[in-house]
Write a protein that binds this ligand. Structure first.
Ligand SMILES: [Zn+2]
Ligand SMILES: [Zn+2]
Length: 248
């Protein structure tokens, strides 16, 4: 089956995302765009993602439990889970690894936990846009121990890309799927980083506004939308990507 997936979407919980990005609005927009699979991947937290997953079950859009974690090396890594309990455990561990720096909403933006009916439940007080006390290698291991999949985000893009900060793909991620930014030219990225030819290169929107959902996406030919089937499809090259025209 073909699975149209946008696995990198920020909600209003990310200080950098628009307040319009409620779980209900994201799931509604994904439905309008006929996306089969999405993930709400806020910085270092899954709280709005849990609500989006529950709404998606009613709306016929599968929503993976997701997060965009930021490691000690300032590398962004997308972390995906299917099992709610494992996702909750991982989310709690990450929260404990987040420094106790308070958010300054006037500078960074609001971090809003929203329920399924667009009511504000609370404001997250710790700054989520911050580095966790964990390395890339340790994070990848922690995700795997929770039956999840770790996919480094926008690997070629400064300031938070894996290749920008580490200069190479570490051994723990040998052959693993990686995300490249949807605006980037694949040919240019491979020219700059030839070693990426050994990796499936996925695309997502990294949407911070409703209008951007689905502007980059990956269409998997997989036996099901389950994580192991998606990983197998990615590693077999059974996918293609949709992205806007690259700049330059
Ligand atoms: Zn990022
Ligand atoms: Zn992002």
């Amino acid at each position: 089956m073909k699975i149209r997936a946008d696995l990198h979407i920020h909600s209003a919980l990310s200080p950098c995302a628009s307040l319009e990005m409620s779980p209900a609005a994201i799931v509604g927009r994904a439905g309008e765009l006929c996306l089969d699979l999405i993930a709400v991947t806020d910085h270092n937290s899954m709280e709005n993602g849990f609500t989006a997953t529950a709404l998606g079950q009613k709306a016929g859009v599968k929503v993976l439990f997701g997060m965009e974690a930021q490691t000690r090396e300032d590398v962004h890594v997308l972390c995906y889970f299917e099992d709610r309990l494992q996702a909750e455990r991982f989310n709690r561990l990450v929260y404990d690894l987040l420094p106790a720096t308070p958010n300054n909403p006037d500078y960074f933006g609001d971090q809003v936990v929203v329920d399924g009916e667009d009511n504000i439940v609370r404001h997250e007080e710790k700054l989520l846009l911050n580095a966790l006390d964990i390395s890339v290698a340790e994070l990848v291991e922690l995700v795997r121990r929770h039956d999840g999949l770790a996919v480094p985000a926008h690997v070629e893009a400064p300031p938070y890309g894996l290749l920008v900060n580490l200069g190479m793909v570490p051994a723990e991620l040998e052959g693993a799927p990686l995300e490249i930014a949807c605006e980037s030219s694949r040919a240019r990225v491979l020219q700059d980083y030839p070693a990426l030819a050994r990796h499936p290169l996925l695309r997502n929107s990294d949407a911070h506004y409703l209008k951007d959902i689905g502007r980059g996406c990956t269409i998997f030919s997989a036996s099901s939308p389950a994580l192991p089937a998606l990983l197998a499809a990615a590693q077999a090259g059974a996918f293609h990507v949709i992205c806007p025209e690259p700049h330059g």
